[in-house]
Write a protein that binds this ligand. Structure first.
Ligand code: AKG
Length: 262
């Protein structure tokens, strides 16, 4: 099955959900000119890392995002992997949550980042999720991961071994100084899991960090099919999901695992 995916890597306005909604609407309109099947956004795209103000600016139960992105998905009949947003469940209960919308505009999946990133103080302002990132695009098993999650290969493996994920959607605000880690970790996750990795990272700066962009589409053989720069861009690529089965047949790593040893 061929799937055309557009990743929107943009500069998130710090702590300004209203302005970010306006910007994302324009960018989705622009992305639709390439007629993608799936659109993808970066991590915490409504607020950025304005963590100290999250109690005020996080989206209560994700309601605004659900109605806003849901109506765009329905209007354009497109799947939207809506990166992640700060979702407020109740006072002081805020999660970093990915929402996936089908082309009818319905939420088909929610996943809250399970590994909070202490280097950016996430654990002081956010709660960690406890659920898996598995969902399907049509009938293609997929999984969502959020930024720091990619440093945990055993977590990624849960989705490929137990749930058969063929596509890994990674949303991020990955800082520029460690962009080599981003690239190498993502290529490794693709090779060791023999799956596509579709990874969308923001660009620009906030008061504490500069972000590296470098959004990537990597095939199950580890080849980079498309790559962003440090500038705002819409990166559009068509992938063939059948390649996952071919590669998994060619080198049957899942069958060859020594489950008696580990
Ligand atoms: O692991 C890293 O180096 C970056 C992670 C990160 O920025 C995040 O999870 O927000």
């Amino acid at each position: 099955m061929n799937l055309t995916v557009s990743m929107i890597q943009f500069d998130i306005l710090f702590g300004s959900p209203k302005e970010n909604y306006v910007k994302v609407k324009e960018l989705i309109n622009k992305a639709m000119k390439s007629n993608p099947d799936v659109i993808m956004l970066p991590e915490l795209w409504t607020t950025g890392y304005d963590l100290t103000r999250l109690d005020e600016i996080a989206d209560y139960k994700g309601e605004t995002t659900i109605s806003f992105i849901g109506s765009l998905a329905k209007q354009y009949r497109v799947t939207i992997v809506a990166g992640s947003i700060a979702k407020k469940e109740s006072d002081k209960e805020i999660y970093n949550t990915m929402f996936v919308f089908n082309p009818n505009g319905k939420v088909v999946h929610q996943y809250s980042k399970v590994h909070l990133f202490r280097l950016m103080n996430e654990e002081k302002y956010l709660l960690a999720g406890n659920e898996k990132g598995s969902f399907a695009i049509g009938n293609v098993p997929s999984a969502g991961l959020i930024c720091y999650d990619i440093r945990f290969p055993e977590w990624v493996r849960v989705h490929t071994i137990n749930n058969g994920a063929k596509l890994l959607f990674v949303t991020a605000e990955w800082p520029k100084p460690r962009i080599d880690h981003w690239r190498n970790l993502l290529i490794s996750r693709a090779i060791e899991n023999q799956c596509y990795v579709l990874a969308c990272n923001r660009v620009g700066k906030d008061p504490d960090n500069e972000f590296g962009g470098n959004s990537l589409v990597i095939d199950p053989w580890g080849q980079v099919l498309a790559e962003g720069s440090t500038e705002e861009a819409i990166i559009t690529t068509t992938i063939d999901t059948n390649l996952v089965d071919e590669i998994r047949k060619r080198i049957p790593i899942f069958e060859d695992r020594r489950v008696d040893l580990y």
